[in-house]
Design a protein around this ligand. Structure first.
Ligand code: SF4
Length: 389
């Protein structure tokens, strides 16, 4: 049995590791993440991809200032990997990263993969947290975006996670085609009945290049209007607060002490190493690197003649780095710490900030500035006004 401690909000790691598993059984209609077809469980492909991941780890681990304190296996659908492949990957990493230094090791999973036996096995290979993509408990809403799992799969998976005391996060999407405010309320209530330690909720976004976007362009579906989206968000904020969740970032809610440690580290620009195709990284010298998209090119480059894999390298300018910090920090309840504002940008930032403080769009919390949570959904226009040049 895996238990969760009742500790308060966890400390921040000094470095984190992200691993991208690009394979999916099918492509969801709204998805613009990089993913490749799972090809009916081609173990040879998964083995070669794992070889490439480990070659990249050996080559690039020194870009981090220290060994990572969190591992996050995202995708794609990492839960479709065969257990021997997952074990080989984690064994190799944990041979170098002492388990007792790992604050969090998360694997993303689709509901149909999460069974009591699977949970037992991933615990044995070294994971201590699961992030599960529920998205909706309504079969018509799931079908509208071509998700492959059923509401029953989700209920079984959430039951298994709860009964086995797993630290986990559950994702929902609001503004799905055909979803009314009442249907969204039912989704939230069904999820809250399981009392997951952490939940994330995202407004559906219509991204160019997706099938959903093409349907919208053809007039077959329509985006949820702003008022309804705001009402959905308000209901989400109210009900999670009533149930004791802390709303600590625009899309993230945690029971006390259950913040997502890995994801929170992105928001304060902690160095991270991203392994795998399409992964990106931020090294200890504030250089951002972007890996190539193609699985074939990624495997070939790493396994034939290991060389620098990055498809693009962007040294961050001081203004880019500060703007990144403003954009991420002001979407969190902690806000932007005043002592994190560099002297170089202090005057320009204060000029930009003054009207926003006067209108209440930004509040002064003493040691930090924050946007009230009720305005996070429309924070982009506020953030645009704060960008320094
Ligand atoms: S399972 Fe996730 S990553 Fe894969 S296609 Fe669907 S939304 Fe995209």
């Amino acid at each position: 049995m895996h238990t969760i401690s009742d500790a308060p909000a966890p400390p921040s790691p000094a470095a984190t590791l992200y691993i991208h598993i690009p394979f999916c059984r099918s492509k969801c209609a709204y998805c613009d993440f990089f993913s490749a077809p799972a090809r009916g469980g081609d173990n040879g492909l998964y083995e070669r991809y794992t070889d490439a991941l480990l070659a990249e780890w050996r080559m690039r681990k020194n870009e981090l200032p220290t060994l990572p304190s969190t591992i996050y296996l995202g995708g794609g659908t990492p839960s479709l990997l065969p257990m021997p492949v997952l074990k080989r990957l984690m064994d190799a990493l944990l041979a170098e990263i002492p388990r007792h230094t790992l604050m969090e090791a998360t694997i993303e999973a689709n509901p149909e993969d999460v069974t009591p036996r699977w949970l037992e096995m991933i615990h044995e290979v070294g994971f201590n947290r699961v992030s599960i993509g529920i998205q909706s408990f309504d079969s018509s809403e799931l079908a509208a975006v071509e998700r492959q799992h059923s509401p029953i799969d989700s209920i079984r998976a959430l039951t298994a996670l709860a009964e086995n005391g797993w630290n986990h996060s559950a994702d929902l999407i609001y503004g799905l085609p055909g979803q009314t405010l009442e249907l969204w309320r039912r989704n939230i209530e069904r999820l809250l009945a399981f009392r997951p330690p952490h939940l994330s909720a995202y407004l559906l976004s219509y991204e160019p290049g997706t099938r959903l976007y093409a349907r919208m362009a053809a007039g077959k579906v329509a985006e949820t209007d702003e008022d309804t989206a705001q009402q959905m968000y308000d209901y989400l904020c109210r009900r999670t607060a009533e149930e004791g969740y802390l709303h600590y970032e625009i899309s993230n809610f945690a029971l006390p002490g259950r913040h997502a440690i890995h994801n929170s580290a992105y928001w304060n620009l902690t160095p991270y190493l991203g392994l795998g195709c399409s992964a990106h990284s931020l090294d200890k010298d504030s250089v951002r690197r972007y890996n190539p998209l193609s699985v074939k090119e990624y495997i070939h480059t790493l396994l034939s003649a290991p060389a620098r894999i990055a498809a693009r390298v962007d040294p961050e300018t001081p203004s880019n780095r500060f703007n990144d910090l403003v954009i991420t920090a002001l979407r969190t309840s902690a806000g932007l710490r005043k002592d994190a504002i560099p002297d170089t940008f202090r005057t320009e930032f204060q000029v930009n900030l003054r009207p926003l403080l006067a209108s209440g769009a930004v509040t002064d919390l003493g040691d930090s500035y924050a946007i009230p949570a009720s305005r996070w959904l429309t924070a982009d226009s506020i953030l645009r006004d704060l960008i320094v040049t």
